[in-house]
Design a protein. Structure first.
Length: 400
């Protein structure tokens, strides 16, 4: 009998981000604001369907394509378009064929697939993530069989990157450590490295034989598609072998379709072909085949010049709204004479802001004002709009 097989299994805590939505929905107050959810919201508090997505969906529906399996690596055209998007059309990485790309279950699936590849095919056993990082980074590494180590990244007192500490920690890592790096719009802090700092990180990876794994979930949410891919392109020019996870959840508002990609940059086209065979095996063991519908949407938009241009405009509008809300929160905090200068919010990039609020202050926001945020002080700027930003600012000021 095996009636005791689960007897010693203990419960684990809910995901600190996803669990917020349930608490928010259960709150009966009209004044409530959800600043925890990591999704783009428009001025009305809704995640919009992009016009280009609507057009692509209508065209796909008319074709009435059978719901058959697609290749384990995804649609070949989709994979090719992803490479051109992150590296640039004329990149040597693209033209030489020394990179392989596979469609994945969102950016999370790309991270899992990449971690599996490096652990089982290449024997890597240690993963390193920034302190702080997106909490799922650490869970993905652990469940893929890695020991996890942190490298310092954020200076809370200065509201900035602690680059000196980051360099010190990276230099101390043993060779063949898989290092998770945020390509742009660092989650949760919103603070990114400068170009010169990235070049120094590349030099450290070369000298220490580290394996970079760049997570780029927010391409287009900082300065633009090409500008936000500049970090990945620096690595592509460096001669290093590395991995890159990308996602269309945010940039297309296709959160539920789970559309992402893993790209592995190798030293030759032959290496890329061999690596791809392992990626097929990893994909087969994880989920067999990626989803077709969202992949077709993204593929259709990226392959059509008119749709692509329209998408870039829509993405620009989302990016600009986020910037406006950063400025609005800063101005509201200043106008009410808050104890703390919140101008640092405008120096951060992407959907998130690390506010510096303590867990106790975040708890008070929820209990007293119906404002929900992650207990580490991270807020999603997209949850702000012209109607609630004043209320949020006053609530922040009240708990400082």
């Amino acid at each position: 009998m095996n009636e005791k097989v689960f007897a010693d299994v203990t419960a684990v805590a809910d995901d600190p981000i996803l669990s917020l939505t349930g608490k928010f929905l259960a709150d009966p107050r009209d004044c409530k604001v959800n600043l925890g959810v990591g999704m783009y919201l428009d001025e009305t508090g809704v995640t919009p369907v992009l016009n280009v997505v609507r057009k692509a969906k209508e065209a796909i529906a008319k074709e009435s394509t059978p719901h058959t399996y697609i290749p384990q690596t995804g649609f070949p055209l989709y994979d090719s378009l992803v490479q051109k998007l992150i590296f640039g059309v004329d990149s040597e990485v693209v033209t030489s064929g020394r990179a392989c790309t596979v469609q994945t279950l969102g950016g999370t699936g790309a991270l899992k697939l990449g971690c599996d590849l490096m652990h089982w095919a290449c024997g890597l056993k240690l993963g390193a993530t920034s302190i702080p990082t997106w909490t799922n980074h650490n869970d993905i590494l652990r469940l893929a069989g890695y020991a996890v180590q942190g490298y310092r990244y954020y200076d809370a007192e200065q509201n900035a990157v602690n680059f000196e500490a980051m360099v010190e920690d990276l230099k101390a890592l043993p060779e063949n450590t898989l290092v998770i790096l945020h390509a742009c719009c660092h989650n949760p802090t919103g603070y990114d490295l400068t170009t010169d700092q990235w070049k120094e990180v590349i030099d450290i990876c070369k000298a220490r034989s580290l394996v970079p794994f760049l997570d780029m979930a927010y391409q287009g949410f900082k300065d633009g598609l090409d500008e936000d891919a500049s970090t990945i392109r620096l690595f592509a020019q460096s001669g290093l072998s590395f991995l890159a996870a990308s996602s269309f959840s945010k940039s297309f508002n296709l959160y539920g379709e789970r559309i992402g990609a893993l790209t592995v940059v190798t030293q030759s086209a032959d290496e890329a072909r061999r690596v791809q065979t392992h990626l097929k095996t990893c994909a087969r063991a994880n989920y067999s085949n990626p989803p077709a519908f969202g992949g077709r949407i993204v593929e259709r938009v990226l392959a059509d010049d008119a749709l692509r241009s329209e998408w870039i405009e829509e993405l620009s509008s989302m990016r600009n709204r986020i910037r406006q809300m950063r400025e609005a929160l800063t101005n509201e905090m200043k106008a009410i004479g808050a104890k703390r200068d919140f101008s640092f919010v405008t120096q951060q990039a992407g959907m998130f802001s690390f506010t510096g609020l303590t867990p106790e202050q975040v708890d008070r926001l929820a209990a007293e004002f119906g404002i929900y945020a992650v207990r580490n002080g991270r807020i999603c700027i997209c949850g702000l709009n012209e109607k609630n930003v004043g209320y949020v600012a006053k609530s922040f000021a009240a708990v400082l």
